[in-house]
Design a protein around this ligand. Structure first.
Ligand code: CO
Ligand code: CO
Length: 341
């Protein structure tokens, strides 16, 4: 029996398969406004998850994320989809408590493939210490997988994307370029070492990134996924009423990404992101085209983006042992929400 290549079954993959942000915004902003005293985040401020006040000093945090495969190996795909879904909980400063699967699966594929995907997800929820049970699966032409995840957390300890303070620095905990590498991989052009580095980053939980910061003063937090570094940074600066200045030369990028971007291996989401975000970003004259490509490209299961004092950031970087980078700083609002230096 020939082994199925999961990515050959799908048109776009990973967080790149998100609806263009402009389209989504148009629909969401056309809905009648919803208000509840219990709802304290997740609707207006474009936060990573919904936050529901339980009224006793505790909150429920809920998120759902699913997407088509960006790798051929079903176990690996399950791991990446789960790490990506769990990440929104870590981005709120919380710990995932329970998860349910959401899956679409072609009836022509062997069920063992679905089992492998679920086993991959299970390995990540096990590492997260998260209960996984139940879910929903439907037959569909393209496979897709993800999780709905819930956490319970102290109300006053929730991280949001709205508290970035002037003079903070911005810290990123995974390298960029995964979307570009997976696009090249689909075309058979991604060097093996780069592919392996990207996969290893995508399946890595943002658990350590969260745990290493809980006793520090995190003023704002989010994770970097389909809307690109610039998209998520602009959400943070708009919610916080500041300007975020990103130092392009300080942004960590996977090996091989620059060359592949130059050769044109760019995910479609790179352009829909730019359509939506470009007016919020001021580039310096020295920002090259490939750097723009990288900064606008969707990431899948990317790192946390944290705004904290430079004092706390030094402690954090030491704890993260080389897998966290200071990539910019927070300024008084000065024209556009994001500047790229
Ligand atoms: Co997120
Ligand atoms: Co999400």
């Amino acid at each position: 029996m020939e082994k199925v290549r999961l990515t050959s079954l799908v048109r776009s993959s990973g967080c790149n398969a998100k609806l263009p942000p402009g389209d989504l915004h148009d629909v969401l902003s056309s809905l009648p406004p919803f208000h509840s005293d219990r709802l304290i985040g997740g609707y207006e401020a474009a936060d990573d998850a919904l936050v529901y006040d339980l009224g006793n000093g505790r909150v429920l945090i809920e998120t759902v994320d699913f997407f088509p495969p960006m790798v051929d190996d079903p176990f690996l795909f399950g791991e990446i989809a789960a790490a990506n879904a769990l990440s929104d909980i870590y981005a709120m400063g919380a710990v995932p408590a329970v998860a349910m699967s959401i899956a679409c699966f072609p009836s022509c594929l062997e069920l063992s493939v679905l089992r492998e995907i679920m086993m991959g997800a299970r390995s990540r929820t096990d590492e997260a210490g998260c209960v996984i049970a139940g879910g929903h699966t439907i037959a569909d032409r393209e496979p897709k997988f993800g999780l709905a995840v819930t956490a319970v957390h102290d109300k006053d300890k929730v991280w949001t994307n709205s508290g970035a303070k002037v003079s903070d620095v911005l810290v990123l905990t995974k390298k960029l370029g995964v979307g570009i590498l997976m696009t090249a991989s689909k075309g058979g052009e991604c060097p093996e070492a780069s592919f392996n580095a990207a996969v290893s980053a995508m399946r890595t939980l943002n658990r350590t990134a969260r745990d290493s910061a809980v006793d520090l003063s995190v003023h704002a937090a989010t994770d970097v996924t389909g809307f690109s570094l610039l998209g998520h940074a602009s959400e943070m600066s708009e919610a916080s009423g500041c300007t975020i200045a990103i130092d392009g030369s300080a942004v960590p990028v996977h090996d091989g990404v620059h060359d592949l971007a130059m050769f044109g291996f760019l995910p479609e989401g790179r352009y829909t992101n730019e359509d939506y975000i470009a007016e919020k970003v001021a580039f310096s004259d020295s920002t090259g085209q490939t750097m723009k490509d990288i900064l606008f490209s969707p990431e899948t299961s990317g790192g946390l983006l944290l705004s904290m004092s430079s004092f706390d950031a030094e402690i954090y970087l030491e704890r993260m042992k080389g897998s966290a980078w200071i990539i910019g700083k927070v300024l008084e609002r000065d024209g556009k929400p994001v500047h790229v230096l």
